[in-house]
Write a protein that binds this ligand. Structure first.
Ligand SMILES: C[S@@+](CC[C@H](N)C(=O)[O-])C[C@H]1O[C@@H](n2cnc3c(N)ncnc32)[C@H](O)[C@@H]1O
Length: 245
């Protein structure tokens, strides 16, 4: 598997940030929004919650939650790429100008998913979309999320997942390994970032392995669903409640 260090991953996302939203739309045939909505739904996010979106990137999960009309007490988007966060910030500002009364306070924080800068039990829901494949240390990423969740709070995670062999495999592989890098090079001018995506997807842990890591971290009621010919998975689970709850 192609291993990148955190600095080169940060650098890669800083470079592709201006075209990130457009590229996502193109390579997922516009389905990326639907999966984020599903992530939000499966996380159980509701009015009055405090939401942390780790590796928020261009802010898509938080923006989607707000557009779904969920009135959050607080939303925090954390990422280590300042380029991605700048875009998140301006997308949110533009939207909130149009829909100000429905919008709650959002904070965008530069920080590391492997060392979350928050007090324990600060959030009701923690989401992440396309973090785990990039995080390097998935165990630490999940245990950091576990710490900052309230007892009974929920975690939900969306990522690509290695597709299992089927009749569709030749088409899926062709798309992942040939078409996506070409689109990446044409649209974002960065072929390497879009070879990184299919390579890390194929080498990533299976959905069952991710489920095991979540259970080992301490999460309960862990489950997952797959989408898009088994190339996308959403996992969700719950932090154990205290004795008196
Ligand atoms: C593929 S993007 C996903 C962005 C967004 N969640 C979405 O739904 O499109 C992955 C993001 O993870 C961030 N990232 C990767 N490793 C990280 C880490 N250790 N700490 C913070 N952010 C990280 C990158 O900067 C990038 O913005």
């Amino acid at each position: 598997m192609r291993k990148e260090n955190p600095d080169s991953i940060k650098d890669m996302f800083n470079k592709i940030s201006p075209r990130y939203v457009l590229m996502n739309k193109l390579i997922t045939f516009g389905q990326d929004r639907r999966w984020r909505r599903e992530l939000i739904r499966l996380s159980g996010l509701k009015h009055g919650n405090r939401l942390l979106d780790v590796a928020t990137g261009t802010g898509d999960v938080i923006i989607e939650a707000l557009q779904m009309g969920i009135k959050l007490e607080r939303s925090t988007g954390l990422d280590f790429s300042s380029g991605m966060l700048n875009i998140a910030h301006s997308r949110y500002e533009n939207l909130s100008k149009q829909k100000r009364p429905n919008f709650t306070i959002v904070e965008w924080i530069e920080g590391d998913a492997l060392k979350l800068p928050f007090k324990n039990t600060s959030f009701d829901i923690v989401t992440s979309a396309y973090l785990m494949r990039n995080a390097g240390d998935i165990n630490t990423a999940f245990s950091e999320q576990y710490k900052v969740l309230n007892p009974g709070g929920k975690v939900a995670c969306l990522d690509t997942t290695p597709p299992v062999k089927s009749n569709m495999s030749p088409f899926i592989n062709f798309y992942l390994l040939k078409i996506i890098p070409i689109l990446g090079s044409l649209i974002s001018g960065n072929k390497s970032a879009y070879t990184y995506l299919p390579e890390t997807t194929k080498a990533f842990k299976t959905a069952e392995e991710i489920k095991e890591i979540m259970i080992k971290t301490g999460f309960q009621k862990v489950s997952y669903r797959k989408y898009m010919f088994g190339t996308i998975a959403i996992h969700w689970g719950e932090k154990k409640r205290g004795k008196d709850e």
